[in-house]
Design a binder for this molecule. Structure first.
Ligand SMILES: *Cc1c(COP(=O)(O)O)cnc(C)c1O
Length: 480
């Protein structure tokens, strides 16, 4: 299996050659040359597989340059009940991503947030950590991951990469602006390969430093600087697995259909659902839920894709969906336009120049119905109402992002087709909004009860690219 770019001007490469990189050299995103097809008979043989075995069955269709025995060992090491240990009392932790029915046969949560940082990003990031270590060991190479975070992605990356050989993580976060819980999650890590840098400024200031460092090609090459952002293909691939797992848990035979509702930001999570559907998984509809930052909802309603300016992006109570543009969306559009890279290049020449595109009146827009997407949007008031309603009716506490998914899912319920809502974080991560909705603190997993009192370690620095580069150089070269 080789990987091609959505812009069509980069050579096709095997999996391990695109694993550690980001964008393709032509500025596009990598996708497999073709999607493997899974028929109903084969799907039925997967019903009894454990999560790790199912991950191997699916990923081995996408990865043929790691020997099967090694890939199997990586899946077994990643998808263990001890790693995904935060399931609700009563749910089966062996399932890794248990289904939690709110209305039996009709509406369920897919628990994806039982990993170390209580968000769905752990599902893919934990595999990425093990894949990185494996490939770097094989090649005798190392990588220094540089990123900026306002919370979820940074902590998921640190928990995935801690203690891995060949990998250092330098994570910039806005000093004093994360919640005490998020700060404790990241800064209490004592692994010598994890470096937290608290930048005096806002998230955007931290992000600007990362961009400035990444734009210095010489520095980047010399210090082997890389990233683990949401466009990484391996993250999307790992996310395909739980769509299959949830489908198999919700059905008894492979002629049944289900729908998925996905709280969306950068379109990575729901893009994996789209690929699962292209592989033959019987998905009736994919429901794309956004918050007030409704770039994606606007597209699915009108055909207009109009990324916002940073100043037009709202800070909401579902912050991990606060995006101005959806970085994985190009993958979906590549399929929508019949995999014609010339069309993608023309559309993104508008987007990259700060503009928008409009597919209304084109044959591509007429084909959208074949791709089974619908969408909706949720506001702060909707979020609070959904959290209250789910708590009072079902005794289940959901986080703010999952609430956005649930709100839009309820608008799209159809008779006879179970609606599976992806739970993208646990409420413990978003205490303030839970208090606002319910007048009480969220439940917190017992092993994290006192995380704020653990010793913390971080470097406080000005948002100064020169100083931060000097710090990176010093740490990477082992000078003190
Ligand atoms: C990252 C994230 C999302 C958005 O996922 P995308 O793949 O970017 O669409 C939603 N909810 C939570 C809690 C997240 O951390």
């Amino acid at each position: 299996m080789r990987y091609i770019s959505t812009r069509g001007q980069s050579p096709a490469l095997p999996f391990c050659d695109i694993l550690l990189g980001g964008l393709a050299p032509d500025g596009g995103l990598y996708l497999p040359e073709s999607y493997p097809r899974i028929g109903p008979a084969e799907l039925d043989t997967w019903r009894s597989l454990s999560y790790a075995d199912l991950a191997f069955a699916i990923l081995s269709r996408f990865i043929d340059d790691i020997p099967p025995g090694d890939l199997k060992a990586l899946c077994d090491k990643t998808y263990r009940a001890e790693v995904y240990c935060h399931a609700r009392a009563g749910d089966n932790p062996e399932a890794i991503t248990p289904l939690h029915w709110l209305e039996p046969g009709r509406l369920a949560l897919v628990e994806l947030s039982n990993g170390p940082t209580l968000a769905f990003k752990d599902m893919a990031m934990q595999l990425l950590g093990n894949l990185f270590e494996y490939v770097l060991d094989q090649r005798g190479e190392e990588i220094n991951i540089l990123g900026a975070t306002s919370g979820d992605t940074g902590s998921a990356a640190e928990y995935a990469m801690r203690g891995k050989h060949g990998v250092r993580v330098f994570m910039l976060s806005p000093h004093g602006l994360m919640s005490p819980f998020q700060r404790a999650q990241m800064y209490s890590l004592q692994d010598p390969n994890i470096y937290n840098i608290a930048v005096q400024g806002m998230f955007d200031d931290a992000q600007d430093v990362v961009k400035a460092v990444s734009n210095d090609a010489e520095f980047k090459a010399r210090y082997k600087i890389g990233a683990v952002n949401s466009i990484n293909w391996a993250r999307v691939a790992a996310q395909i697995v739980y769509y299959f797992k949830a489908y198999l848990a919700a059905t008894t035979s492979s002629d049944q259909q289900v729908a998925f509702a996905v709280p969306s930001g950068n379109f990575g999570n729901i893009c994996a659902g789209h690929i699962a559907r292209m592989m033959g998984l019987p998905i009736d509809r994919l429901v794309c839920a956004t918050n007030e930052n409704d770039v994606l909802d606007e597209f699915f309603r009108t055909g207009v894709y109009r990324p916002r300016k940073t100043a037009e992006t709202y800070a909401t109570s579902s912050p991990s969906m606060d995006i101005s543009k959806a970085s994985n969306f190009e993958r979906f559009v590549f399929d929508l336009v019949g995999r014609d890279a010339t069309v993608v290049r023309a559309l993104w020449s508008k987007v990259d120049g700060g503009g928008a595109f409009d597919l209304r009146g084109t044959p591509h827009w007429d084909r959208l119905a074949e791709f089974a997407f619908v969408s909706g949007r949720s506001s702060h008031a909707d979020r609070l109402a959904t959290i209250r309603d789910t708590w009072s009716r079902h005794g289940v506490m959901v986080d703010t992002h999952t609430a956005d998914g649930l709100k839009v899912a309820r608008e799209q319920l159809a008779d006879g087709i179970p609606m599976l809502v992806l739970e993208t974080a646990l409420p413990a991560k978003f205490e303030a909004t839970i208090r606002e909705a319910l007048g009480r603190d969220p439940e917190r997993p017992a092993d994290l009860a006192h995380i704020e009192s653990l010793p913390q370690r971080c470097e406080v620095m000005a948002a100064d690219t020169v100083a931060i580069k000097a710090y990176l150089a010093r740490e990477i070269e082992g000078r003190r």
